[in-house]
Design a protein around this ligand. Structure first.
Ligand SMILES: [Zn+2]
Length: 201
């Protein structure tokens, strides 16, 4: 049920009761039934969130973003304005005679996950079935067609790894195996083609 202190702008259409405390939904957003949203989220105006979406707590979804069925967004994620998620790699109109049977079951649907703390820049497009790792940072306008490693910074079309970001958002520079964030002093170590924080929080 909709929890205490939830704000839903009167011009929005919200058909779910699963909204956690202190979450805010701004003007002209549409949130369908069977959407789960945690506490302390901010859903910007003109967002569309389809049935079957789960959003954790403390997420920020900026204006005009489309989140389709099959997408899971974990705690603390930032989704910039005008981001488009997708869920079908070979879409056809279900009303097209030749393709109708494709949509008899949900086998076409590819789930997408955005892990905790990750950020997605304005206007990015997220391909169906990808996993964006925790604290990863997707650049504005990027087209993400493959999984993104935790803490990775990916840019462009197709999105490619261009470096690493700290939990706090600062770019990390590695001259050796271990580096320290110049902003928050968290420390990270490289492990093959991945990195991880030395003190887990
Ligand atoms: Zn930092």
């Amino acid at each position: 049920l909709v929890q205490e202190d939830v704000y839903i702008h009167p011009t929005s259409t919200v058909d779910t009761q699963q909204i956690g405390e202190s979450t805010r939904v701004w003007a002209c957003a549409q949130i369908m039934a069977e959407v789960h949203i945690g506490s302390n989220c901010n859903i910007g105006s003109h967002c569309f969130i389809e049935s079957g979406v789960t959003i954790g707590s403390r997420a920020t979804i900026k204006n005009g973003t489309l989140i389709c069925e099959g997408v899971t967004i974990e705690d603390g994620v930032f989704v910039g304005p005008g981001v488009v998620f997708t869920n079908d790699c070979y879409p056809r109109s279900p009303r097209l005679a030749a393709a109708g049977s494709r949509y008899d079951t949900k086998e076409w649907l590819l789930p997408t996950v955005v892990r905790r703390g990750a950020s997605i820049g304005a206007g990015a497009i997220i391909g169906a079935g990808v996993v964006i790792g925790e604290f990863a940072l997707v650049g504005c306008g990027a087209v993400v067609a493959r999984d993104v490693s935790a803490y990775a910074v990916v840019l462009g079309n197709p999105a490619r790894a261009r470096g690493w970001a700290c939990q706090c958002g600062q770019r990390l520079r590695f001259r050796e195996e271990v580096t320290c964030c110049t902003n928050c002093q968290r420390r990270y170590i490289t492990e093959g083609s991945a990195i991880r924080p030395i003190e887990i929080e």
